[in-house]
Write a protein that binds this ligand. Structure first.
Ligand code: PMP
Length: 426
């Protein structure tokens, strides 16, 4: 049956690609989890603003004032979209990886960081760059409830009473499964720890409320939220952000700089989000994110969520009819998922399978280990000696490959793309 809600207009829907079997088809972009196409509305907003582009926070002229207003209003729109608390700060970054590295850079010395080994590398790795914090890797939970139990046990075993932070994903970029964020936040706070939500995959598919989920920070990327123009967000508590040195030192972050009599330089840093936004800001990127936030809200995010649920159910039903297909899951069949799903096919190397979907059907999916190597090893039952890379490892046809195929879609995906995928797999 056709899903009730129509997809939103996005760029790239008119791209046609040649098939090895002859002829051409409309390209089916089913790799939204890597980067989603721009919403037409986002593109239109940017095109309307582009002639008025000017420097932000740096000029007295009309266009500079207009761009500064646009940039600051974008911050307010994002805060509203994320359901931020009144005193939260919204910092514009390059993307989620940048946001989480920024947060890692401001952690108080001695912070205990907790992170599940199943996380995307962007959430797994930034913390170990700091030599003065201790990272505790939590073992892969096989249910949402187990995730809370594993965290509780780890926090209960803490000996010190210094600061602690949990970094956790809201939705997996591999399985699409939703994590119990509210429960994890409650558990973290019960033990005096804070929590940052990696919403790179959650925010494009699901309304996120910082206040309701009671998370301390949230990070996401514009290019996965239909705004692929080089910006991302870290939003949340101001205290750690403002107590630390700026992420980047330079103009824009500094309020007052003066030479000292001894020849050195005294710097007074801003205490707003600007503290961590040194250099000329990406006003187009920030405006694009704000535009996408508005577009999703106006389209009725709940309807989009419902539509995606119907589409993912259709994919799962379709794949269930193919005995060679194994869908990867950490939490089991009952888990709630966004429009992201990974699988392997018996007798096929995943890279070759993905290449065939592209060459024979015009379908663009992702293959590989999705920058979550420990998770892929867990899901594929591989041991550490089996090597894989983030890209597409080479293997002979029929040879076991430590990689999988991922389909992901969203608000711009028409039913036909999903149906073409299911029949191609069949
Ligand atoms: N976290 C998750 C769950 C992701 O899926 C990704 C991107 N694949 C990231 C973090 C990193 O995002 P970016 O590449 O935009 O920095």
């Amino acid at each position: 049956t056709a899903v009730a809600t129509a997809c939103l207009p996005v760029l790239g829907r008119d791209v046609r690609v040649p098939l090895v079997t002859g002829g051409e088809v409309e390209y089916a972009a089913l790799d939204y989890a890597a980067s989603a196409p721009a919403l037409q509305r986002v593109w239109d907003d940017i095109a309307a603003y582009a002639p008025y582009y000017g420097s932000v926070h740096r000029g007295a002229g009309y266009l500079s004032q207009l761009s500064t207003d646009l940039f600051e209003n974008s911050r307010a729109t994002v805060a509203e979209f994320l359901g931020c608390r009144a005193d939260d700060q919204v910092v514009f970054t390059r993307a989620t990886t940048d946001s989480l590295n920024l947060l890692a850079s401001v952690l108080p010395a001695g912070t205990d960081v907790y992170v599940f080994e199943t996380e995307h590398h962007a959430a797994l790795l930034p913390w170990q760059q700091r030599e003065d914090v201790e990272v505790h890797y939590l073992s892969a939970p096989r249910s949402p409830r187990a995730a809370v139990e594993v965290l509780e046990a780890a926090l209960a075993a803490r000996t010190g009473d210094g600061p602690a932070l949990l970094c956790v994903t809201g939705a997996s970029n591999v399985t699409g499964e939703l994590w119990p964020v509210r429960e994890l936040a409650a558990a973290a706070h019960r033990h005096g720890a804070r929590i940052v939500l990696d919403a790179a995959q959650l925010a494009p598919h699901h309304p996120v409320s910082v206040a309701e989920l009671d998370v301390d920070w949230v990070a996401f990327s514009g290019h996965k939220l239909y705004a692929p123009f080089g910006a991302g967000v870290l939003a949340g508590r101001a205290d750690w952000l403002q107590a630390a040195e700026p992420y980047l030192a330079g103009g824009g972050a500094s309020r007052k700089v003066a030479r000292r009599a001894d020849g050195g330089v005294d710097v007074e840093w801003h205490t707003t989000a600007a503290r961590h936004e040194a250099g000329s800001p990406n006003v187009i990127g920030a405006y694009a994110i704000a535009s996408a936030c508005k577009a999703l809200t106006e389209a009725g995010f709940d309807r989009l969520v419902e539509r995606e649920r119907e589409l993912i159910a259709r994919v799962r039903d379709g794949l269930a009819a193919v005995p060679e297909v194994k869908v990867l899951s950490l939490f089991g069949d009952d888990a709630d998922r966004v429009g992201v799903l990974s699988f392997v096919v018996d007798g096929w190397n995943s890279s070759h399978f993905a290449a065939a979907l592209s060459a024979e059907y015009g379908i663009g999916v992702r293959d590989g280990l999705f920058c979550a190597h420990p998770l892929l090893r867990e899901l594929l039952g591989a041991d550490d000696s089996e090597q894989g890379e983030c890209g597409a490892p080479e293997a002979e046809p029929g040879e076991r490959s430590l990689n999988a195929i991922r389909i992901s879609f969203g608000a711009g995906t028409p039913d036909e793309h999903v149906d073409r995928f299911v029949s191609a797999v069949r």
